[in-house]
Design a protein around this ligand. Structure first.
Ligand code: HEM
Length: 207
């Protein structure tokens, strides 16, 4: 059971990431609706509960995954690397799981400090985002975070299904392709949103 918690919490976090990407994409596609969406979200009575669930899932995922990685290392387990020698990207994704996860934690710490504590004032969500992303160092961190997230999901999506016992020879190919497509969508989506918001005059609809 404890071995399946990192996988289950990871899949829950992917759901959050898809919703989060859809929300922040509005900042690029329809800035006015984005402000309305942010205001409505912040006034939702269920938001504190969702945030608490997210915090529990993230802490569980990071803590238990790190524990599993340390136990595997101590046992000298290199199966994931050996089975992927013919696929360099998959090997890189598997090898960088722990380092990428730690980079994501760093990104998340900075990201939440910039945009969640404190939260942007009502009506100033987009302006705050643009101010954050117009700093080159910040933009570089968002780029690195998006890349790390892509690699993390590239390997993690398939690995999570395996840990949950949902992978069999009949569906393995489909699950691998689906997980990789979602990794590309999420990673590329966040990187693109960050780039477009960093250049406000180009596409974000500012006068
Ligand atoms: C272009 C990239 C991103 C943008 C523009 C962005 C934007 C935002 C904004 C504006 C908020 C504050 C929401 C609010 O006002 O309550 C937020 C919160 C948050 N973001 Fe991001 N984000 C990005 C990428 C990411 C990534 C890659 C992750 C995860 C690895 C992430 C995780 C979170 C979390 C956990 C919260 C707190 C949610 C809450 O407590 O309500 N974000 N983000």
């Amino acid at each position: 059971m404890i071995n399946q918690l990192p996988a289950a919490s990871g899949l829950l976090l992917v759901l959050f990431l898809l919703l989060h990407l859809a929300g922040v994409s509005l900042a690029v596609l329809d800035p006015l609706r984005f402000e309305d969406y942010a205001t409505a979200l912040h006034h939702s009575p269920w938001l504190p509960l969702v945030e608490l669930a997210l915090l529990v899932a993230a802490a569980m995922h990071a803590g238990l995954s790190l524990r599993k990685w340390l136990l595997n290392r101590r046992a000298g387990n290199s199966a994931a690397l050996n089975s992927r020698r013919t696929d360099p990207l998959a090997a890189l994704a598997a090898r960088s799981q722990a380092a990428g996860g730690l980079l994501l934690l760093l990104f998340l710490g900075v990201h939440l400090r910039q945009l969640r504590w404190p939260r942007p004032p009502t009506g100033a969500e987009l302006a705050t985002l643009q101010a954050v992303l117009s700093q080159p160092l910040s933009l570089a961190l968002y780029g690195a975070g998006s890349l790390a997230l892509g690699l993390h999901l590239f390997h993690g999506g398939e690995a999570a299904h395996r840990s949950l016992g949902l992978l069999d020879p009949a569906n393995a190919g489909r699950i691998r392709r689906g997980a990789r497509l979602i990794a590309l969508l999420i990673s590329g989506g966040f990187a693109l949103v960050a780039l477009v918001l960093a250049a406000p005059l180009a596409l974000a609809g500012q006068p």
